[in-house]
Design a protein around this ligand. Sequence first.
Ligand code: ADP
Ligand code: MG
Length: 381
Amino acid sequence: AMRVSLAEAGLVKKPSHSASTRVRVSVRLRPYMSRDDEGKEGLCVRGTGNQSLEILNWRNTMETMSYQFDAFYGENSSQQEVYTGSVKPVLSHLLTGQNTSVFAYGPTGAGKTHTMLGGAQEPGVIPRAVRDVFQMVREESVLPASQDWEYSVSMSYLEIYNEKVLDLLEPQDQDLPIREDKDKNILIPGLTQRAIGSFSEFESHFLPASQNRTMASTKLNTRSSRSHTVLLIRVVKSQRVLPFRQLTGKLYLIDLADSEDNRRTGNQGIRLKESGAINSSLFVLSKVVDSLNQGLARVPYRDSKLTRLLQDSLGGSAHSVMITNIAPEQKYYFDTLTALNFAAKSKQVINKPFTRETLQTAALKRQREEPAPNGYALKKI
Ligand code: ADP
Ligand code: MG
């Protein structure tokens, strides 16, 4: 098939200047979950490799658009695969005093919370990463080279809602300030920080705080998805002897606000105000990621609370991973395109129709091999 490169149109980004500054971008496609009556007409995106996918072009159905990422996880990918492929590799830097941030991005229902939190049967990135942090600390602390060092782990948990920073461990209605110290470390004076010595101790703080958040979200309708939920795990390594060096590594695990464009979802009043804040903070985040990945001199961290908070943990010597969650159904099409354009390293238009036959065959084959997720059976042809 003839390939039309978009480089001429300036749509392909320049390679990054510094490998460590770059934000690594993964895309995860969740399984098809729509009801029977919607049929498979709805499918409009599929994986084409472990770094690529294609989506039909709504402007011209004789074309598909092909996207490249650092990693692509298809609908059958497990929590384990996503974690080991994209998150685990960046955690080791924590013990060398470098910062790490992991984000889940995408529209409502595309799998952000599933990816970050998961369930008891299929734990997501957060429980896996916290377990591994304790494991890493245990392993390093018994090495002979570590005998003069002391290790401590602590957590904070907050949400950013309407550009306000709210403590989830000690909820109050106060908007906490974000400050920078003389060494350019970002800190939030007044934010609760709890020492944690084990995974179960982590859970004893995290689970009730998450519960608070869920209850608040029910009362305020869909508030939870309108806020960025930020878990901070801090690992401090202190030398017990001269020169008493201290290394701090921060790990941010973030379930971002839903990314859909709220101008299209008919939001009004308070919802519209929230939408404005969300859309602009996600827009700033995309500008920050873009600036870092293009090696631009000015990175607009200060333009939103979220990026300001992450200024020392996104870019620079930090290691960052964006997991873009997308859904395969037609009704998500424009949100999927927005998410992919946010995430894409490169895009190509290929003039080959997006054939539904191929998809139906694939879907049917899957249906024969395994039960459909969440009890929804795929429609029989
Ligand atoms: P979001 O947080 O982006 O709004 P959720 O994580 O709540 O989306 O996912 C919406 C629904 O889809 C949930 O019922 C979730 O369990 C399910 N889901 C999401 N991703 C997957 C996946 N990869 N495999 C199975 N179920 C998934
Ligand atoms: Mg969610």
